[in-house]
Design a binder for this molecule. Structure first.
Ligand SMILES: [Zn+2]
Length: 172
């Protein structure tokens, strides 16, 4: 099903580990960009459901597209969510943008390839899905959900720890 939120779980865990070197907004946007093709196929009834967008080559191209469009959309989104202030706006560095978009699209192909038999992640080099059924759909959903919950706990735990940590006194 396009636009499933389960992809966000691992993204939240990656955010907790990489902190400001990773943009969860750009990652989230790349999940939407990835599933535009399946949505069009579902609406029109024409073409391959996952097709080229769900290959690693397609995902590389879509990461560039998601990065170019996602930087400004994410910065706007942060302003709307009042996480970014007018006086001191959050600017997402291009390096962070493309790392986040690539992690987003590659993890999307990997997770979808375990779930959907029509995904050919290594097309045109390999016309087979080597990841199919590595995990059951139930296990996959649980993995995504728990990684998201653990990631959220870790993210806020680390912020709380570093805010509470007493500053070292100057030695005399
Ligand atoms: Zn997908």
């Amino acid at each position: 099903m396009p636009f499933t939120p389960v992809h966000m779980g691992p993204g939240i865990l990656i955010k907790a580990v990489l902190q400001s070197s990773f943009s969860l907004m750009v990652f989230g946007w790349s999940q939407i960009v990835m599933d535009v093709q399946p949505l069009i196929v579902m609406l029109t009834g024409e073409g391959h459901l996952h097709g080229f967008s769900h290959t690693y080559i397609g995902a590389t191209l879509l990461a560039v597209l998601a990065g170019l469009s996602g930087k400004f959309l994410s910065e706007l989104g942060l302003k709307i969510l009042i996480l970014s202030h007018r006086e001191n706006p959050i600017v997402i560095r291009w390096k962070v943008v493309f790392i986040s978009a690539l992690i987003g699209t590659y993890s999307h192909v990997f997770l979808d390839s375990m779930m959907h038999s029509d995904v050919m992640p290594f097309y045109p080099f390999l016309n087979a899905n080597v990841f199919l059924s590595w995990l059951t759909i139930d296990q996959l959903h649980k993995l995504c959900l728990y990684s998201g919950l653990f990631g959220a706990g870790l993210y806020y735990g680390l912020h709380w720890y570093f805010m509470k940590k007493p500053k070292h006194k100057k030695s005399t």
